[in-house]
Design a protein. Structure first.
Length: 345
């Protein structure tokens, strides 16, 4: 398995450096954008908490203005997801502007459906590509995703990306949900055969609405005992040298029965949804503002945004490594350089 690329090292270095700076300043202002550039998707995953909507995409010109404001406010990187970002016909123009004009590293999530058709307009402008893969078996993956033929298309796309762009940081992301227990070795073997790393994302089963009530739910999660066993296996595989991205601490958290963690994510990441709403993760029904209506500078200085960064420390409802691993990294940035920490190519 190849080593981390210089581009990946540089991008991660910028993020970790900014994290250390933010801790030192104690301003707790986020510096990474988590951006659902569209909520449209041709998949129908039972674990998805964003699939029930008919939101209109924010126009490209508005997004360019937003990212210029974000650059001025000190944001250093963005993670683009959806939905399926490739459903935006202007995705190439967007990533080209963010990367070439603003110099911001980009992580892009994809189902892989459009890779073979559109990779050349997008991939030269991104730093990391994450392809969703929920099964190493074609029929099961397509059934989970609700899209026939998806597995074959994503595998063909990954092979072509690896051939045309060998220096790109490329990884699979697999949702830890019902049915995964029997496939762990197959998933790892597939990643190794394609020379990519793989991350495992324990699905979050709800998000907060008014008064802390769940605003969306899924029943695709594992029962506690099975989740503990699966994460124990994944922890063992990581320690044995499997190309797994997650930190050992991430799996240990679930092996220990989810004892809770202090969430620091709003100090690192600002989430923007497909409508342009800046999310208040503890109350999604009342966003912090909308990037098409309010200057980012004003949103960043809103009192509710400051309060969120404190209140979130009392929440541990999210299971994603984005929340768990980054919160751990906030408390100890040195974990980024330890062998037990997050590993990307």
């Amino acid at each position: 398995m190849r080593a981390s690329t210089p581009a990946t090292q540089q991008a991660l270095g910028r993020v970790i450096g900014r994290l250390v700076e933010a801790r030192a300043r104690q301003d707790n202002r986020p510096f990474v954008i988590g951006h659902l550039v569209t909520n449209r998707c041709n998949c129908r995953c039972p674990s998805c908490l964003w699939r029930h909507n008919d939101w209109r995409d924010v126009p490209l010109d508005e997004l360019k203005r937003f990212y210029a404001e974000a650059k001025a406010e000190g944001f250093v990187a963005t993670a683009l997801s959806g939905g399926a970002p490739f459903l935006r016909k202007d995705l190439g123009a967007l990533v080209r502007y963010i990367k070439q004009d603003l110099g911001m590293p980009i992580l892009l999530f994809t189902t892989g459906w459009f890779l073979t058709r559109r990779m050349d307009e997008v991939i030269p402008h991104i730093d990391m590509l994450v392809v969703s893969l929920d099964s190493a078996r074609a029929e099961r993956h397509d059934r989970i995703r609700g899209l026939a033929g998806l597995y074959d298309r994503l595998i063909a796309g990954v092979r072509l990306v690896r051939s045309r762009y060998p220096e790109l940081s490329l990884q699979f992301n697999c949702c830890v949900q019902r049915g995964i227990a029997d496939e762990i070795d197959e998933l790892i073997a597939l990643a190794e055969s394609l020379d990519v790393h793989i991350s495992f994302d324990v699905i979050t089963e709800y998000r907060h609405g008014d008064s802390g009530q769940p605003s969306a739910q899924t029943e695709a999660g594992l029962p506690p005992d099975e989740l503990r066993a699966v994460c124990r296996t994944l922890l063992d595989r990581k320690r044995a040298g499997a190309p797994i991205v997650n930190s050992e601490r991430y799996f240990e958290y679930f092996v220990d029965g989810r004892p809770g963690y202090r969430c620091h994510l709003p100090k690192v990441v600002m989430f923007v949804d497909g409508r342009g709403d800046v999310e208040h993760c503890l109350n999604l029904n009342q966003p912090l503002g909308n990037i098409t209506q309010t200057p980012l500078r004003e949103i960043m200085r809103h009192e509710r945004f400051k309060q969120l960064r404190v209140a979130a420390e009392g929440c541990s409802s999210c299971n994603s490594p984005t929340m768990v691993d980054l919160s751990t990294l906030w408390e100890n940035p040195l974990l980024a350089f330890q062998s037990t920490g997050i590993k990307v190519r």
